[in-house]
Design a protein around this ligand. Structure first.
Ligand SMILES: NC(=O)CC[C@H](N)C(=O)O
Length: 228
């Protein structure tokens, strides 16, 4: 499997994603946002950061970067695509996943470890996750997930919620919701379950040197599911 990590002006987690994938012994290339070629990649990652300085709305400008035409076509063909943090914001702006990311409820940038509980039993990213809670770092100012009532119902009915914020026991409580996201939603997938968006950063919790490899457990699901 060949991974491609798209670099937008203002991306700052692209190298973290590359380092993590290399740690996982995967072939990975960076894709410049002005290019038109996905270089034969099977799995595209839109990394975290502040694309275009977060001007207008987070992800609103990057969504129109030239390479997004190819990224959208790849997703529409059923190709795998994952957005992490700013990448999730870009996916939402491109309407590749349902819902939007609003400013955090406390109007502050929040950078801390949070716990996530996997929800979707048949989505690539969460299918094999058997722990009640995974400790993953978050770092964003606009991560409050919102969707209208019909969309929310559809997400729940179709098993499209990937993760909810929870406490360390896996309990989904108001107190464990860091940013005011609707129903504690931290990540969602599209109807086809080939496009994944999540606000917290699994790639920042993958290197044993950092004393937390819970993110690696999540990213390993990609390989387990795809390499069988
Ligand atoms: N870590 C990131 O990707 C930052 C996300 C985004 N620019 C925000 O602050 O909301």
């Amino acid at each position: 499997m060949k991974f491609g990590v798209v670099v937008f002006p203002g991306s700052n987690c692209d190298q973290d994603a590359v380092d993590t994938l290399e740690l996982m012994d995967q072939e990975v290339v960076k894709l410049w946002h002005k290019d038109h070629d996905l270089q034969g990649c099977d799995f595209i990652i839109l990394p975290g950061g502040f694309s275009y300085g977060d001007y207008l709305r987070t992800g609103a400008v990057a969504r129109f970067s030239p390479i997004m035409n190819e990224v959208i076509a790849h997703a529409n063909r059923g190709g795998y695509l994952m957005g992490i943090c700013n990448g999730f914001q870009i996916l939402a702006e491109a309407r590749l996943v349902p819902g939007v990311l609003l400013q955090n409820a406390n109007q502050q940038y929040i950078c801390k470890n949070v716990f996530l509980t996997p929800q979707s039993p048949d989505a690539l990213l969460t299918a094999g996750l058997d722990r009640a809670a995974y400790k993953i770092p978050m770092a964003h100012g606009e991560g409050r997930y919102f969707a209208d009532a019909d969309t929310l119902k559809e997400l729940n009915d179709n098993g499209q919620v990937l993760f909810r914020y929870c406490d360390e026991t896996g309990a989904v409580t108001e107190a464990a919701n860091p940013n005011g996201s609707l129903e504690n939603i931290a990540g969602v997938t599209n109807k086809g379950k080939n496009v994944f968006g999540m606000m917290p950063h699994p790639e920042r919790a993958a290197d044993p040197a950092l004393n937390n490899t819970d993110g690696r457990l999540i990213l390993d699901q990609i390989l387990k599911a795809v390499l069988v």
